[in-house]
Design a protein around this ligand. Structure first.
Ligand SMILES: Cc1cc2nc3c(=O)[nH]c(=O)nc-3n(C[C@H](O)[C@H](O)[C@H](O)COP(=O)(O)OP(=O)(O)OC[C@H]3O[C@@H](n4cnc5c(N)ncnc54)[C@H](O)[C@@H]3O)c2cc1C
Length: 291
């Protein structure tokens, strides 16, 4: 049974931030509630105050900044809204495709991207892709706003870098130039993914100009596989395709998976190897198809 709490329903961000400051550790931010309410029901959390931010207008926007071409995702944007957004489908189709794989449509309709990041459950999808995109998040409090890289935002299992009085109000994703293609592959035999692989590659005349590879679900935070990225840059799609399996094997050795209910270290490394080589093959073949 849920222990008693006071529900606050602020209609402005300022009101929400001052409530959060006033109640400190006794308060929790409530967005879609898909994680928070479960934890309260199970008795793992007993907040005396829930601050429901769903009534704050403007936080549910997805916008393309006309100057910087960055995509700005408000702190209340749901997985489903990202999946269906025309801006995301046009500027970041790989994010729309990732969102389609998250949970089921019921959870995607209520669960927010910000809630997913704030919960910092290691077995989650969006973190790896946001890491590959060099995304940043905006943390707001009565003291002002600050911007954190997604890498600094994740701290440990179920721990993020927000201060007690901060709300994640925006996720900012830098522009990906038109010559980028991307894919997100995951292995998800149960409810949550075991491994997630995000790969972005920029092509120029059949040669890989830039590559970003991030591996998720293997530990407290997603990691970038910089050495593999280096092996992709300035190589033709034919050269890369010929080495796809070796690149997968290298990524598997670079990561340090935590053994858990989802599998042993060796099992997860094997999945990394398979998914990275598949992702590489997919993007090389896609590049060839464009030529
Ligand atoms: C059955 C099921 C299947 C799932 N499958 C997947 C999956 O396949 N892949 C995947 O990635 N995820 C999966 N999830 C996780 C899902 O993505 C998250 O539950 C959802 O995104 C959380 O968002 P929410 O708005 O419901 O967060 P809430 O439950 O409202 O909040 C979660 C936590 O974040 C805090 N919080 C929320 N928003 C903010 C904010 N803006 N600022 C500060 N703190 C905040 C809350 O205080 C709470 O601690 C699954 C969840 C369920 C229940």
């Amino acid at each position: 049974m849920i222990s008693p709490f006071t529900l606050h329903r602020p209609s402005t961000l300022e009101e929400a931030l001052s409530l959060l400051q006033r109640y400190g550790e006794e308060a929790k931010v409530l967005a879609g509630g898909s994680e928070l309410i479960l934890l309260c029901k199970m008795g793992f959390l007993r907040p005396a105050h829930l601050i429901d931010i769903k009534g704050i207008s403007g936080l549910d926007r997805i916008e393309l900044d006309p100057e910087t071409r960055r995509v700005r995702v408000g702190g209340l944007v749901t997985h489903r809204a990202l999946e269906l957004s025309a801006v995301v489908r046009e500027r970041l189709p790989v994010l729309a495709a990732l969102e389609r794989q998250v949970a089921n449509v019921r959870i995607r309709n209520v669960g927010t991207l910000a809630g997913n990041l704030c919960f910092a459950e290691p077995h989650a999808d969006p973190g790896a892709l946001l890491m590959a995109c060099d995304a940043r998040v905006k943390a707001s409090s009565v003291r002002g706003d600050r911007s954190l890289s997604i890498s600094d935002f994740f701290v440990d299992d179920y721990q993020n870098a927000l201060e007690q009085d901060e709300i994640l109000t925006e996720i900012e994703i830098p522009e990906l130039k038109d010559n980028f293609t991307g894919t997100y592959l995951r292995f998800c035999p149960a409810e949550r993914p075991t491994v997630g692989v995000a790969l972005l590659m920029a092509w120029s005349n059949g040669v890989c100009e830039d590559a970003r590879l991030a591996l998720g679900c293997l530990g407290p935070k997603p990691i970038r596989a910089a050495e593999v990225e280096g092996n992709l840059r300035q190589r033709s799609s034919e050269q890369i395709l010929a080495n796809a399996w070796e690149l997968g094997a290298k990524a598997a050795l670079l990561c340090d998976p935590s053994p858990d209910l989802w599998g042993s270290v060796e099992y997860k490394r094997q999945i990394v190897k398979t998914l990275v080589s598949r992702a590489v093959e997919q993007l090389c073949k896609r590049d060839a198809a464009y030529e």
